[in-house]
Design a protein around this ligand. Structure first.
Ligand SMILES: Cc1cc2nc3c(=O)[nH]c(=O)nc-3n(C[C@H](O)[C@H](O)[C@H](O)COP(=O)(O)OP(=O)(O)OC[C@H]3O[C@@H](n4cnc5c(N)ncnc54)[C@H](O)[C@@H]3O)c2cc1C
Length: 526
């Protein structure tokens, strides 16, 4: 993964001259490239980890599995939000963890947490490094040093129960490797967030991630049957049976805990047989409200597409402008929805037929399979475009929330307006795009992409906008996050989200599991 951008350099998406001209004309983006420093020019704040501490860590994991080298610290300096990428462009000394530690088993993680508790060293668990909420910021708070605990050596398919459809996967396995190991045995997890290529099993659990196939296979937390967690106070093995009435479900404490309560080392997951067939169909709706009502009907009737998403008018328009046509079809205005169905031949035929009938009845016009196939083909590409936009002097970021169906239109309007006016206050016009990315019988998530011009200090500019839009989300009945998690960036809104008592409960749990508070300080819990 590139240290200052998304993913694989070979997949970069340079902007065409037309797009550049459009950005300049529509948003006032300056045409100048914003050149960042070369990797060799980046200066990190010096490591604050003393020699004694280094020796103590090496005693646990071996010399080769601890490093204070800048080459190892820089890629763990943060995640991949727009703020992260802008900070990587800084030529002043950048914050980074003081060392990187790579334990190889649960006992080593337990011993490391003991050493760090005794020596008052903060620990940031690190999976794929794709956090977009500051979840990996090397926050020291009261501690002398902070280390990045990288889970990459937890990379095994530990077991597969083919009868029950359960697999135990190491927390450090990236999405593609996990799917490859399962596919070799005829199984699939089916969790495809846009960060799939780099994000890990442990990271998915720690952030309650949601993938693009969530309508068919559920969110990641829906798939979790069990967890192995190591905390400074001891180890936990959670999830005894497919269902249980033995008190509150403690798995839920660690799903979404973002490295603040323990280190997840393995996850037992529900898996399914590799689908036999796949069918695609795209739909056009006259407007977003009509399309949203159609998706609501699909969710409430339970016709079970594997993927279903709806772009608003602006997002559909931009997709058209970027591609001339989407797939083989010429789409004219309105809103584009895509559906995908996976399973056995019979199941797919039945679910496709039912869903199509609902969408048609609700005002949709079929565009055939090509636009949906084209969507799937490019489903992991958009982040590369963000890199080119940032380099061209545009500000580009995404944010997400969720609410009930009855409140979706109000929340969408409030978020759009908050983004536009907050950006106008910083002196730029903006383009706000939205799609429904995940549906439930009672509501949906709304995913926004915003593009504007960078003005002055772009980090401060986005922070100002983010405050305004987060306030608008909370004031208009949304959740501060549907799947990106809390990290540093959403932490100021956690009290609004769960209440004062809710925060005290979280703090009490943390005090029990992590009495010295070494685990990921400054994240999630206010
Ligand atoms: C381009 C892009 C697209 C994205 N698309 C999606 C999307 O479609 N859906 C979605 O849900 N998210 C998405 N995200 C957000 C991000 O990918 C998810 O939050 C993902 O689950 C993080 O996984 P990771 O392995 O990269 O974790 P990291 O980024 O390494 O860590 C995330 C947080 O979890 C903690 N953590 C990581 N591993 C462990 C562990 N084993 N034990 C305890 N704590 C741990 C970290 O300390 C940190 O607080 C996207 C991000 C990017 C950059």
């Amino acid at each position: 993964m590139k240290w200052d951008a998304w993913g694989d350099e070979a997949k970069a998406k340079p902007l065409s001259d037309n797009i550049r001209a459009l950005l300049q004309q529509a948003l006032g983006v300056s045409a100048d490239e914003v050149a960042g420093p070369d990797r060799s020019e980046v200066v990190l704040q010096p490591s604050a980890l003393g020699d004694d501490d280094l020796r103590a860590l090496r005693d646990v994991v071996g010399d080769g599995n601890v490093s204070r080298a800048d080459a190892d610290r820089l890629p763990r300096a943060g995640g991949k939000s727009t703020l992260d990428l802008l900070r990587r462009k800084s030529r002043t000394p950048q914050a980074a963890p003081d060392a990187v530690v790579l334990p190889g088993n649960d006992d080593e993680v337990a011993a490391l947490l003991q050493v760090c508790s005794r020596r008052r060293i903060a620990v940031v668990p690190f999976g794929g490094g794709t956090s977009v909420v500051g979840g990996l910021d090397p926050v020291r708070e009261k501690f002398s040093a902070v280390v990045s605990l990288d889970l990459r050596r937890f990379d095994q398919l530990e077991s597969l129960d083919e009868v029950s459809g359960e697999a135990v996967l190491g927390a450090g396995l990236p999405g593609p490797k996990a799917e490859e190991l399962l596919a070799a045995r005829g199984f699939e997890l089916g969790h495809y967030p846009q960060s799939f290529q780099y994000a890990t099993i442990g990271g998915f659990a720690a952030t309650r991630s949601s993938g693009q196939d969530s309508s068919g296979y559920g969110r990641f937390d829906d798939m979790v049957c069990g967890l192995r967690v190591v905390t400074p106070s001891g180890k936990l093995e959670l999830g005894r049976a497919p269902a249980s009435a033995a008190g509150p479900d403690l798995r839920d404490l660690f799903l979404g805990s973002e490295g603040t309560l323990g280190v997840i080392t393995a996850v037992r997951l529900r898996v399914h047989r590799l689908p036999e067939v796949k069918r695609f169909e795209a739909w056009r709706f006259d407007d977003f409200d009509t399309g949203a009502a159609a998706l609501r009907a699909v969710a409430q009737l339970g016709t079970q597409p594997t993927v279903i998403r709806l772009s608003d008018e602006a997002e559909t328009g931009v997709n058209l402008a970027m591609t001339d046509k989407i797939g083989g079809e010429q789409v004219t205005g309105g809103c584009l929805a895509v559906t995908v169905f996976e399973g056995t031949e019979q199941q797919v035929a039945a679910r496709h037929e039912l869903t199509s009938a609902v969408l048609r009845e609700a005002g949709g016009t079929s565009l055939g399979p090509e636009p949906a196939q084209a969507w799937e083909h490019g489903r992991f590409d958009a982040p590369y475009l963000r890199d080119s936009l940032l380099a061209a002097g545009a500000l580009c970021e995404t944010l997400e929330t969720a609410t009930s169906w009855s409140n979706a239109a109000t929340l969408k309007a409030a978020v759009t307006s908050a983004l536009q006016s907050a950006l106008a206050e910083t002196g730029t016009r903006s383009l706000v795009l939205c799609h429904i990315s995940h549906i439930y019988p009672t509501g949906c998530s709304l995913y926004f992409t915003v593009v504007a011009a960078q003005r002055g200090d772009a980090v401060a500019q986005w922070q100002q906008v983010k405050r305004a839009v987060s306030d608008a989300i909370m004031a208009n009945g949304g959740t501060i996050t549907h799947h990106h998690a809390v990290g540093v960036d959403h932490r100021p809104w956690m009290t609004d989200e769960v209440g004062e008592l809710g925060v005290r409960v979280l703090r009490a749990v943390k005090n029990e599991l992590d009495p010295h508070g070494i685990l990921n300080p400054g994240k999630l819990i206010p």
